[in-house]
Ligand binder design. Structure first.
Ligand code: NDP
Length: 449
């Protein structure tokens, strides 16, 4: 049994029993419950009011069929999901993931995490997540459009700017959000810009939203380093993944004077000791939609590709796992520690296994958990909603300046909570407790609903 306060064990056992087989959801709940022992000491009323049980149960779970016709005229069937986890602080808010691995357990883990992350931003947004087991990779634009239209034809009835506001995630970028928004507009006959975020700039998107998750993660790491009188300047950095989060993390590391020497995709990783050529990486991933291995040939010299071993064996000072859940294991953490890593910031959601997190913490490595470190994306989505509501559009500089302030506040509130609970520097505890208490207080105020 995990390190959960004994008063909370029955709650955890209930979660295991009622959500059988949903391993990622169990993992996310376990990680939050581990932090809550100290909270129920200060707030016994949370137990009396069943607040933890209620927070672990999504408000609504929607699973639906998504039929569509491929380019060969064949009918394809996918499964769609939307888990509306918690609306105590605002409309459900969280991305859509299109990836073959998607199932209800993964969407529930993401929605659960999202609830606390959104609370940490200090903005009026609840938590939700959705997606499908559809794989947009190797599909034509027409197929992606028909899939998105079919997906939205069911989902639209559950959405609304005051109800539920999805965004992108793995496999859902500007193209997919455009098709989804178009179909929503057509079905409802309303130009309700605030119903989706991550929109294109020409039709209601926010400047800096594309960059926000990656930038925000690096701002968070910078804040952690500052507490030790250090900075990213001159640091060697490894960023896993090469999607939205990873690319803009690389960009911000460069701006802070660091050097990213390796990144990856699901086929392997590249190492370029002179520093990853960001322009080339963007061309390969954002324009040509190619594999990361193509970097080596296009770069000419100085770089190599490997599909053996792990990107975490490449020595670095700072690690930014930005691909997917459970991609950094205990042996990877040991390799990073052996090679002198000083800070790890989670760009992806739950990329480090619990064993890896414990190793980082026990060895004094600064560790920024996802729900704090990557909250810049959803925070900027909330800024997009603000601009849509006021029919305004801010400059890139103004939006990024707000993002930087939000990331500093998230960092400071996690650090202050950790300190107040006698665990200075423990950002996992700080993030879990701060996010949980905000949601719990709002739920308590609203009664049993
Ligand atoms: P993208 O689809 O843009 O990129 C994902 C990247 O991760 C790709 O390089 C992909 O490689 C790689 N990847 C995906 N699955 C695996 C896997 N099983 N093994 C190895 N590599 C994999 O997604 P995002 O960058 O948007 O999202 C990345 C992470 O960040 C996710 O955990 C997401 O939930 C999280 N996140 C994203 C936010 C956002 O604003 N986009 C906000 C907050 C969190 P390949 O192309 O080969 O599949």
């Amino acid at each position: 049994m995990p390190r959960i306060d004994e008063k909370l064990i029955p709650i955890y056992e209930d979660v295991l029993r009622r959500n059988a087989g949903e391993t990622e959801f169990h993992q996310a709940v376990e990680e939050v419950l581990e932090s809550l022992g100290a909270v129920i000491g200060k707030h016994p009323e949370y137990l009396d009011n069943a607040l933890i049980e209620r927070i672990c149960e999504p408000e609504r779970q929607i699973i639906f069929r998504v039929p569509w016709v491929d380019d060969n005229g064949q009918i394809q069937i996918n499964r769609g999901f939307r888990v509306q986890f918690n609306s105590a602080l605002g409309p459900y808010k969280g991305g859509l993931r299109f990836h073959p691995s998607v199932n209800v357990g993964i969407i529930k883990f993401l929605g659960f995490e999202q609830t606390f992350k959104n609370a940490l931003t200090g903005m009026p947004i609840g938590g939700g997540k959705g997606g499908s087991d559809f794989n947009p990779r190797d599909r034509s634009d027409g197929e992606v459009m028909r899939f998105c239209q079919s997906f939205m034809t069911e989902l639209y009835r559950h959405l609304g700017e005051y109800t539920d506001v999805p965004a992108g995630d793995i496999g859902v970028g500007a193209r997919e959000v455009g098709y989804l928004f178009g179909q929503y507009k057509r079905l409802t006959n309303r130009y309700e810009a605030g119903v989706l975020t991550g929109k294109g700039l020409i039709y209601g998107g926010s400047r800096a939203r594309t960059e926000a998750t990656g930038y925000g993660t690096i701002y968070f790491i910078d804040q952690m380093l500052k507490t030790k009188g250090a900075s990213l300047d001159g640091k060697r950095v490894v960023v896993s993944g090469s999607g939205n989060v990873a690319i803009y993390a690389v960009e911000k590391v460069n701006e802070f004077g660091g050097k990213v020497v390796a990144c990856s995709d699901s086929s392997g990783f590249i190492v370029d000791d002179g520093g990853i050529d960001l322009g080339l990486l963007k061309e390969i991933k954002l324009v040509r939609r190619q594999r990361i291995s193509d970097y080596v040939g296009l770069k000419g010299s100085g770089a190599y590709f490997s599909n053996k071993g792990s990107v975490w064996e490449i020595p670095c000072d700072v690690a930014v796992p930005s691909a997917t859940q459970n991609e950094l294991h205990a042996n990877d953490a040991s390799a990073l520690i052996r090679n002198g890593v000083v800070a790890v910031g989670e760009g992806a959601n739950m990329p480090c296994t619990p064993e890896a997190v414990r190793l980082f913490q026990s060895e004094g490595v600064l560790f920024g958990p996802a729900k704090a470190a990557n909250a810049g994306g959803v925070a900027t989505s909330a800024l997009e909603m603000q601009q849509n509501a006021s029919r305004d559009s801010w400059t890139f500089e103004e939006t990024e300046a707000r993002l930087a302030v939000i990331m500093r506040r998230i960092h400071d509130s996690c650090a202050e909570t950790a300190e107040a609970y006698g665990a200075p520097g423990n950002y996992v505890l700080g993030a879990n407790v701060t996010g949980f208490v905000r949601v719990a207080e709002a739920m308590q105020a609203m009664g049993v609903i």
